[in-house]
Design a protein around this ligand. Structure first.
Ligand code: DGY
Length: 323
């Protein structure tokens, strides 16, 4: 039987690539370059499956170029705002993602940012590497206490819950949450979490605000100038969700004018570009979209893509079908 032809848009872990090569007629991206619009269009016109990552924009332009041969877009990542689902459906493409397996990893990174910005870890390391450290002194680089503070979780889905669990059980934090739909009572109870009836209420009451909502027209610039003004002056914003959930100009203004104490970001509106003004600020901890970047998780994500493809090519029903 003919093996399905698949095109992988970036380098994946070698073990996952080997698995894909064993199962399918696989075209790898050996030099790991970001594929151009034309390359993505060619891939969709020649392969049975295309395996994009969250950094490949599969929009109406990419999908509208010509007759699409591919039947499935098996994306390596949980977020799917890089894919125009309507346009994909219109050309008969099934779309899958990789939910659940990166929950813990992303929650760990949210805590890394939260602790790192509160305790000035990035700033401290830069200070030390610049040979500027003159020794211990009582006034040196005082940060903010994390233990016992209040964490506001915006979006109490899988990742939001995992962050809240770490914060509550590990750091004795009080948990506030804002979620547009009801959250299961046992989940809320286990976290001793308090529901806020609006985002505004949460912002007023939290020492740390961690964003865990999907990117959508409703969440675009959810954190805007008016909402930064509602946050406490000693509060911190953490974003491991998507860059466009935060208005970057409003964030820069809030950080420069002391409306908030600091921020920790893993995601940006136009990755890999990072707004220049953020790079000059000390009260921000910046990471390059590392939420799922552990060996274990990246292997699991790749294998989950392989499972989706196997199911699709044998039964047409992949476990992680979107839409
Ligand atoms: C995702 O999967 O959506 C993350 O942002 C990258 O792993």
């Amino acid at each position: 039987m003919r093996k399905a032809k698949i095109i992988v848009t970036r380098r994946w872990h070698e073990g996952v690539e080997a698995k894909l090569c064993e199962l399918f007629d696989t075209q790898l991206n050996r030099d790991d370059h970001p594929m151009s619009v034309a390359e993505l269009q060619d891939a969709l016109q020649s392969a049975d499956a295309v395996l994009p990552t969250v950094s490949d924009r599969i929009d109406a332009e990419v999908l509208g170029a010509g007759p699409i041969h591919a039947k499935i877009l098996a994306s390596n990542g949980v977020g799917f705002n890089h894919i125009d689902l309507e346009a994909a459906k219109a050309v008969g493409l099934t779309v899958t993602n990789t939910p659940e397996i990166l929950t813990d990893c992303t929650a760990d990174l949210a805590m890394t940012l939260l602790l790192g910005i509160a305790r000035r870890a990035g700033e401290g390391e830069r200070h030390l590497r610049a040979n500027a450290w003159t020794g211990w002194r009582p006034t040196h680089m005082m940060g903010a206490m994390v233990t016992g503070k209040t964490l506001g979780v915006v979006g109490l889905g899988r990742i939001g819950v995992a962050v809240a669990r770490r914060a509550h059980l590990g750091f004795g934090m009080r948990i506030l949450y804002y979620n547009p739909s009801p959250v299961r009572a046992d989940v809320v109870q286990a976290l001793d979490a308090e529901r806020c009836d609006s985002l505004e209420t949460l912002l007023r009451g939290a020492d740390f605000v961690s964003l865990h909502c999907p990117s959508s027209p409703q969440t675009h610039h959810l954190m805007n100038a008016d909402r930064f003004k509602l946050m406490r002056e000693n509060a911190f914003l953490i974003n491991t969700a998507r860059g466009n959930v935060v208005d970057p100009e409003a964030l820069i203004h809030a950080l420069k004018n002391g409306e908030i104490a600091g921020a920790g970001l893993d995601v940006y509106p136009a990755e890999p570009a990072v707004p220049e003004a953020l790079l000059d600020l000390e009260n921000i901890l910046l990471l390059p979209h590392l939420g799922s970047a552990t060996l274990e998780t990246r292997v699991a994500m790749g294998m989950r893509v392989a499972e989706n493809l196997q199911a699709f090519f044998s039964t047409q029903e992949p476990p992680d079908r979107l839409g």
